[in-house]
Ligand binder design. Sequence first.
Ligand code: UT7
Length: 346
Amino acid sequence: MEKGYEMAIEIKATGKAVPPQRVSNDDLAVRVDTSDEWIRSHTGIGARHIAADDTAGSDLAAEAAFNTLSMAAEGDDIPEKTIEEILPTIDLIVLGTTSPDYYGCPSTACVVQSKLGAKNAAALDINAACSSFIYGIETAAGMLSINEKRRRALIIGTEVLSRIVDWNDRSLCVLFGDGAGAVLVEKTRTEGRRGLLRTVLGADGTGAEHLIIRRGGGRSPIKDGETVKSHPHVEMNGQAVYNFAVKAVTETIEELLRLEGITIDDVSRIVPHQANARIVQAAAKRLDISEEKFFLNIEEYANTSAASIPIALDELNRKGEIRRGDIIMTVGFGAGLTYGGNLIVW
Ligand code: UT7
């Protein structure tokens, strides 16, 4: 390595894919015993987007990845000027999802690799539920850093949660939506601080029962003749997850700032997992951070689990609200229970 230059894992482009079918709270209230007033006041959600029956997580993921590569090709940051030129340079696809195309195998990442035609990419799924993107950046950074032959990775979060919610459970089905988000990262040599600065990751498996898809796995396989109601679906202890989430978000923000030796004023924006606006408000209040610092788009997309942070990052990026050199913080939590956050110099 040249003197004065350091290896960095930099985000080069972002993209998202959201299904066109938009279901507002009022639309939902026609078939579920709920109301716009309840959903908004308890969560900040105003709508969600739902995938068509023939759309799977890999379809949304591939679309988000193409949009990411298209941004990269149009920009000045990399020499390649078409998606076809970039694709063979992708060494790795790390994909987070809790609603994979197939349970077990093949991984959704491999399906996406095929859809993209990213022939030279190794591909794997990771499952840290809603924290998957945060875990995914760290996973990709480690895999790029450890092998000199790997340079570029796509990190994708994708979900079709509409397939794994029980539409008769009003306390749950109103919370979730479908979508995908992606980033292209590259291992570079730069002067000064750039790219991924630091990640905090954690888990508390003792809370596994609080947010769980019980059916369909080895613990509770589906037997012949069972009804649709027995199909895999999310079950949640909302209050327990809420309490865990506020603590996890608060402590992760504090930990990232402390370890990096910076203050909240050094951070341009915080991009939290979009699960419930009230969780963000509670953490902001505890830490005495302005709510404006947090980017929220939950009103439009609801909770898209592994996709929520990369979708939010892409929206912020395309709005021109992130400038080169800005420090961006991600923070999230999810089933597992898992939590974590990244500090990234854009
Ligand atoms: O990324 C995944 C992580 N998941 C989360 O972050 C979820 C964390 N938890 C939460 O966000 C909140 O706990 C919820 C939004 C899920 C629930 O909010 P809450 O304020 O804890 O409501 P609750 O479950 O205590 O329910 C309050 C009332 C109940 O009625 P009663 O018993 O007081 O008469 C529910 O039956 O609200 C009722 N209710 C609803 N009413 C209308 C629950 N869901 C609905 C609904 N519409 N959709």
